[in-house]
Design a protein around this ligand. Structure first.
Ligand code: XMP
Length: 507
């Protein structure tokens, strides 16, 4: 039940007439008789398709913006059941920093660590300690030149011993004293075996004794605590990355795929374009059916264009974003609710997903985006200023309206990816001449947002609110509510007057 239900074209046309020129704040939904005893996020099914083959248990995606999603954000999003898309806001030719971020996510949470950090038996203890420090892991697998398992070295093995003159072989637990499992193993079987043999680490080896992977008790425990997490077939967290449509995008894609990225995003401001046409053809020619999201579009023609060129998901939103000035600077765009309905109608009956991208300023709009057409919702500003968003905290003086007192408040910067500062950072400024920079038409801006807690708390609040919406809507799951809405939209939709809007959303 994770696919958007097919929408009847006649009903979709009626809804489209109703929502033309409208966005989230123009509507409110009429409450229905509730069938839920409890609005419990642990039992209400919110699953959706991010793209043709990737299922999310929570329909939340963090935006590929350089002030929103790097590894820490992507990890939290995937742990909470959504996914993060690592931005490509690194300078052209600098593929490695983005690849590194993807690598960090793929290594964070594993059922089985396919490629555990390792050390040779002849390395010094200082060298081993330095690998531990750099990698942030407390145990290293000891292997020989052909990856044959020789032992295990943990931080504890090095504690309270003088390091001089000692080598890994002197302190490791040798393989004959380890519990080792031949061949692959499921997380459940690994847990049983590790409990029985009272070990915290379980190396996996093939019949030649060559290391195949490592299971750790810590990862198994974390897996249990995060039942909704978005994982790949090997139990690793899933992550996406944006590559653009020109320049180094194919080389970037190749490196990201090699590192284990789950889905790529060809993401340009105007995705219904000749540039996208070329990029999609080149991508498919080189990478076959690798999972690919393309965008952004905001019209039926735009969505059909991407569908016909083999996108696995279409990102919808031209101009609704919090850090975006496209509509102001170009007078082009489509109000987001209209865009969602148009694109949903165009995609209906296909298995290509729709990502509703941008314009969510309050949690209730997430629910609307998921009703009007989004399989999932992409959010940027909602996650800006959190502990996991990149960027330094700056203290700003703010005057309190009540007392007129000036206080220092921590802020973080959110900037549109088409803002001048973001573009300038992507260019190699030393090489770009001044005129070139000045000629750029910026379509984004930079704003300060108050620093707030963890994105994890924000996602969990969003999910609770979404469950409440489902309860008000008279359904038992997200899928069921979509069915009910599209069967009889008039039962739900209330177009608000100006004063009703003020009553609803202004506080
Ligand atoms: P929210 O409203 O969640 O939107 O902050 C996030 C989305 O905004 C888009 N985005 C931009 N659009 N100029 C634009 O026209 C920009 O500089 C810009 N930066 C981000 C993007 O689609 C993102 O996911």
């Amino acid at each position: 039940m994770d696919r958007f239900p097919p929408v009847d074209p006649a009903v979709a046309s009626r809804v489209l007439n109703e929502v033309r020129g409208c966005t989230f704040d123009d509507f409110i939904f009429s409450p229905q008789s509730s069938v839920l005893e409890r609005r419990d996020p642990a039992v209400i099914d919110l699953s959706c398709r991010l793209s043709r083959r990737i299922v999310l248990k929570r329909p939340v995606v963090s935006a590929n913006m350089d002030t929103v999603t790097r590894a820490p954000m992507a990890i939290v999003q995937a742990e909470e059941g959504g996914i993060g898309i690592i931005d490509r806001g690194f300078r052209p030719g600098e593929i490695e920093p983005q690849v590194r971020e993807v690598g960090i996510v793929k290594r964070t949470q594993h059922g089985v660590i396919a490629d555990p950090f390792n050390v040779s038996a002849s390395a010094t203890l200082d060298e081993a300690a330095s690998i531990m420090r750099r990698s942030g892991v407390g145990s290293l697998v000891v292997v020989d030149g052909s990856r044959r398992l020789l032992g295990l070295l943990t931080e504890r093995d090095m504690r309270f011993v003088p390091r001089e003159g000692l080598r890994v072989a002197d302190r490791m637990t040798p393989v004959d004293r380890l519990v080792v499992h031949p061949g692959p193993i499921t997380p459940d079987a690994a847990q049983r075996l590790m409990a029985e043999r009272k070990v915290k680490k379980l190396p996996l080896v093939d019949e030649e004794g060559i290391l195949m992977g490592l299971v750790t008790a810590r990862d198994l425990l974390r897996q249990r605590r995060l039942p909704f997490a978005t994982r790949d077939a090997q139990g690793r967290l899933r992550v996406g990355a944006a590559i653009g449509a020109t320049g180094d995008y194919l080389e970037r894609a190749a490196e990201l795929i090699r590192t284990g990225v789950d889905v790529l995003v060809i993401d340009i401001a105007h995705g219904h374009s000749i540039v996208m046409d070329r990029a999609l053809a080149a991508f498919r020619a080189r990478f076959g059916d690798f999972e690919l999201i393309a965008g952004n579009v905001a019209t039926a023609d735009g969505a059909t264009f991407l569908l016909e060129r083999g996108a696995d998901a279409v990102k919808v939103g031209i101009g609704p974003g919090g850090g975006c000035t496209t509509r102001m600077t170009t007078s082009f765009g489509v109000p987001q609710v209209q865009a969602l309905v148009e694109c949903r109608r165009a995609l209906s009956g296909s298995d290509v997903s729709l990502i509703a991208d941008g314009g969510v300023k309050r949690h209730g709009a997430i629910f609307m985006a998921l009703m009007f057409g989004g399989d999932s919702v992409m959010l940027g500003s909602a996650f800006a200023g959190t502990e996991e968003s990149p960027g330094e905290i700056v203290q700003k003086s703010v005057v309190l309206p009540e007392s007129q007192k000036t206080v220092k408040v921590p802020f973080k910067v959110l900037r549109g990816m088409a803002s001048l500062t973001a573009i300038r950072d992507r260019l190699d400024v030393e090489d770009a001449d001044k005129v070139e920079l000045e000629a750029i038409g910026a379509e984004g801006m930079e704003i300060s947002v108050p620093a707030r807690g963890s994105a994890r708390t924000i996602v969990r609040d969003m999910i609770k609110h979404l469950c409440s919406s489902i309860s008000y809507g008279g359904a038992g799951s997200l899928a069921e509510l979509r069915e009910m809405f599209w069967k009889d939209p008039d039962r739900y939709l209330i177009r608000q007057s100006e004063s009703a809007r003020r009553e609803s959303y202004e506080r």
